[in-house]
Design a protein around this ligand. Structure first.
Ligand code: PEP
Ligand code: MG
Length: 571
């Protein structure tokens, strides 16, 4: 009998409890229908409406217990149930192919699931989880089955399951559910994200946890390192209790930093801000004590909508975020569509290399009507808070000039219409293309700030498609070439009295942070739950020592050498 299993650390902390194995329900069904078409269609409608009733109930429960931000996940699922394209496709399969409602549903939703799963963006990949969750719910109703209830537990338990859906997570009775373990998933899967939001320890991606752990086993999970201890010995148990107590003390200490500014040990002030993808994310940002928003990816507003969002819809979204954030800065990035981010209602020409194609600012400048609407909405919202505008994928100065001219022109237009616009709005660019980094000294004279987008800067510098697993080994944040580019941008900005942030994933990498601090980065923008641990780490770092560390790292020749050097110096 195994006593220890290893999975992927999904959500930090230690949890103790009886394993509660959620067994799979048999969802098999016939492909072809023997019923008349109209009966098959009415089965479909009945199941869709039962699924909606379930979801409304869950949504209300989540709204009361966890707040509106988590409840909106179910709005997205309810929208799926009403998606006219989806329903049309399901009905076509019932009518034309004589499929059952079950197989029509599964075929139609698997198209969307595959589409979203292939996207590079974590946020869009999570839309696949919503489609899967909805499909499962409708299927259960079609088959007249009931999900094993995870609501009526009466002792401390740890759920062990194949995968956990957002609606299952929402239904968990957190009085007894102390953590969960899944066979599937990774650190960015929906289940892990929800667990981090709920601050419930979780281990994902165990592959075979449901086979190795038995229902009723006493288990202890360490969501910080991915270890699962099954029926541990007294000695192991005592050790785990100690680690648990240390973790609780550490977290409590982090919470105390929530409303504190971020300082290094030698009293350098650093800005710690958050990345968001939708207005609802603001609650998380405030909960985790971010000092502002360093990247608001506005393209999701366009991608989640069935048609182009109107000026009014955009204005409302921006105003909501700005009002919630008060006087804290909010950097709104203008539309970054193209590459892996597509708009279903706006067909663009097929491109052989979409990441080198009509993306972000290139798209915005070629579609001025769309861009102007966004800028107008943003300028109208500007009096409601502290907004800064940022253009993505700037490769040339001309692009910056053109984009800025549109902002100036729209500002003038609004002023002529007697609509209030903030007197001054900082305008910056993302540095995510090597040409912008190499020419940072010229850009620095004109922009108000830079934000380095390492997700793209790495892919373009090492010529390694960020979605291609075959070249994933070249995705190297610690590559000295990247460090030199980052340094070049920071030096150029500081020379002109401007500040530099970073909003790519590298900014929350605990190993990279000492190095970035030493390179002189002013602002770090990241997923909200990373804010407090990073603020805590900053307190321990001496900026002048990190400068020496960074200077030495710049003399090294490989990413491995850089990583090894930092790890050796700091442990
Ligand atoms: C980046 O490229 O680092 C970035 C933050 O933008 P995105 O991931 O949205 O392309
Ligand atoms: Mg980018």
């Amino acid at each position: 009998m195994v006593s220890k299993l290893l999975g992927i650390a999904g959500s930090g902390g230690i949890a103790f409890g009886k394993a509660y194995i959620v067994s799979e329900v048999d969802l098999s069904f016939d492909t072809y229908s023997t019923l008349p078409v109209d009966q098959e269609i009415s089965r479909l409608h009945h199941a869709l409406s039962q699924a909606e009733t379930d979801l409304q109930k869950i949504r209300e429960k989540v709204r009361q217990e966890q707040g509106i931000a988590n409840a909106t996940i179910f709005d997205a699922q309810i929208l799926v149930l009403h998606d006219p394209e989806l329903i049309k496709t399901i009905k076509e399969k019932i009518i034309e192919d004589k499929y059952t409602a079950e197989s029509s549903l599964e075929e139609a939703t698997s198209f969307y699931i595959n589409l979203f799963e292939e996207m590079d963006d974590e946020y869009m990949r999570e839309r696949a989880a919503d489609f899967r969750d909805v499909t499962r719910r409708v299927l259960l109703h079609l088959l007249g089955l009931e999900e094993q209830s995870i609501q009526d537990m009466d002792e401390d338990s740890i759920i062990v399951t194949e995968d956990i859906t957002p609606s299952e997570t929402a239904q968990m009775n957190l009085k007894f559910v102390k953590g969960f373990v899944t066979n599937l998933g990774g650190t960015t899967s929906h289940s892990a994200i929800m667990a981090r939001t709920l601050e419930v320890p979780a281990i994902v991606g165990t592959k075979n946890g449901t086979n190795k752990i038995r229902h009723g086993d006493f288990i202890v999970i360490n969501g910080s390192n991915g270890e699962i201890h099954i029926n541990p010995t007294d000695a192991v148990y005592d050790d785990l209790i100690k680690t648990h107590e240390e973790y609780i003390a550490e977290k409590a200490a982090w919470r105390a930093l929530k409303d504190q500014p971020t300082w290094t040990s030698d009293q350098s002030k650093i800005e710690l801000v958050a990345n968001i993808g939708s207005p609802q994310d603001v609650n998380q940002v405030l909960h985790h004590g971010a000092e502002g928003i360093g990247l608001y990816r506005t393209e999701f507003l366009y991608m989640e909508s069935a048609t182009l969002p109107t000026e009014e819809e955009q204005f409302e979204a921006y105003r909501y975020v700005l009002e919630k954030m008060g006087d804290k800065p909010v950097i709104v990035r203008t539309i970054d569509i193209g590459g892996d981010k597509k708009l279903p209602y706006l067909p663009l020409p097929e491109e052989k290399n979409p990441f080198l194609g009509l993306r972000a600012i290139r798209f915005a400048l070629q579609e001025p009507a769309i861009f102007k609407t966004q800028i107008r909405a943003l300028l109208r919202a500007s009096t409601f808070g502290n907004v800064k505008i940022m253009f993505p994928m700037i490769a040339t100065l001309e692009e910056f000039h053109q984009a800025k001219a549109i902002v100036d022109q729209q500002k003038l237009k609004l002023q002529n219409e007697k609509i209030a616009v903030a007197e001054h709005i900082d305008i910056g660019i993302m540095v995510e293309i090597p040409s912008a980094a190499l020419l940072a000294n010229q850009f620095a004279k004109e922009v108000d700030f830079f934000s380095i987008g390492t997700n793209d800067l790495i892919q373009y510098t090492l010529a390694a498609d960020r979605m291609n697993e075959n070249v994933a080994y070249l995705y190297q944040p610690f590559h000295p070439a990247i460090l030199h580019l980052v340094k070049m941008v920071i030096n150029a900005a500081h020379q002109e009295g401007k500040w530099v942030g970073m909003c790519g994933e590298m900014a929350s990498d605990l190993t990279a942070i000492p190095l970035l601090l030493g390179l002189g980065l002013d602002e770090f923008s990241m997923n909200a739950p990373s804010i407090l641990p990073v603020r805590n780490l900053m307190k321990t770092l001496d900026k002048s020592k990190m400068e020496q560390l960074a200077n030495h790292a710049l003399t090294l020749s490989t990413a491995e050498e850089v990583k090894e050097f930092i790890t050796n110096q700091l442990t």
